[in-house]
Design a protein around this ligand. Sequence first.
Ligand SMILES: [Mn+2]
Length: 403
Amino acid sequence: MIKFIHAADLHLDTPFHGLKEISEELSHVMQEAPFQSFRKIVDKAIKETVDFVLLSGDLYNTQKINIKAQSIFIHELERLEQEKIPVFLIRGNHDFLTEETEKLTLKLPENVFRYSEEVTSHVISTKTGKKVAVSAFSYQRQWIRERKIQDYPERFEDVDMHIGMLHGSPDSINGSDGNYAPFSLAELKQKNYDYWALGHIHQRQQLSSHPLAFYPGNIQGLHRNEKGEKGFLLIEWTNRGSEIEFVATAAIVWEEITIDLATIHNINQLIRRIKEELIENKFTENYLIHLNIQVNSDDDEKLIEILQKDSFIEDLTNQLNLPNLWIADIEIQVSKVGEQRNLEELYPEEWEKAIEDTKERIVFSELTEGILNNIANRYLGESNTQEYRERMIKKAISKIYLK
Ligand SMILES: [Mn+2]
């Protein structure tokens, strides 16, 4: 049996700038969160006495060198070195290494195999004498449009297990946007490897069962679109079958709740309702909550006004009084507009067309230039996707009705 850990997308030095506006404490907690998650991965590697650890790219959030982040990361790798656990790592599109940044990169401990931009293979022997080959490459620039998959050698015949590490996205998920070392399932299959340790896509998923190919997802949710448990995969592999276990390590989990204001008549009821919802879902400790509030134009105006105040998040957090639970933001969604004659009814075709036009990336970008794009990137690390544009348009429509 060969036992190993597969993690990816550590994004250790993510800045979480905008969170300072919510709370200093939260900003600090979030900055520490990816490191804490990685520490737990190392703890588990040692506890389980794994044969090796695979880190499939985006170890850091940017290619800018952050000495402190490097030092903490290396300190953890040294703990693995003391236990004689080898580490295989690659750089991804976020933390690609150039000749320039290489000069400022701290030396990694002896147990670490770091890959260069050429696909190369390292072979090790595990404690029980099993031979394992690991083939991989690192990014040296942000975008890799070549099909690097074609440079991977075919499965070595003289090893017990052959693993491919690849930071990239498959054609099936990627569509036409092949900027991240695109590959197809057929290409993976052709290599005849035993396991593909993928990285880049932050949503945990199994891409294939023959060969085994997994994205473990990132180790800490970075924004509200990265909800739920985050962590790594622990694999016990034999050539007859494998056990693959997901282990949650994220220090803070992003979640979302929705409250309907229709049955709520005062602030105390609202706070109680939110608290109940959090407790019911067990979102009580180490959670960062995105709160949706559905309102109707008939709902109490004063209550809606309070919800829109910047200070409300802080007041609410204090009132909830749950340890290590933060409300990240409040989104007011207008579900009905009551009796009021609205634009949508008065000019249905124009309304429809305006919304459709606005959904287009270019129109949206022009309209929101310097406002939404900046805020979104700085605040939540969001990018200008279809989903994001639709959400922002919905939010803007709510604002019209709420005045
Ligand atoms: Mn990533």
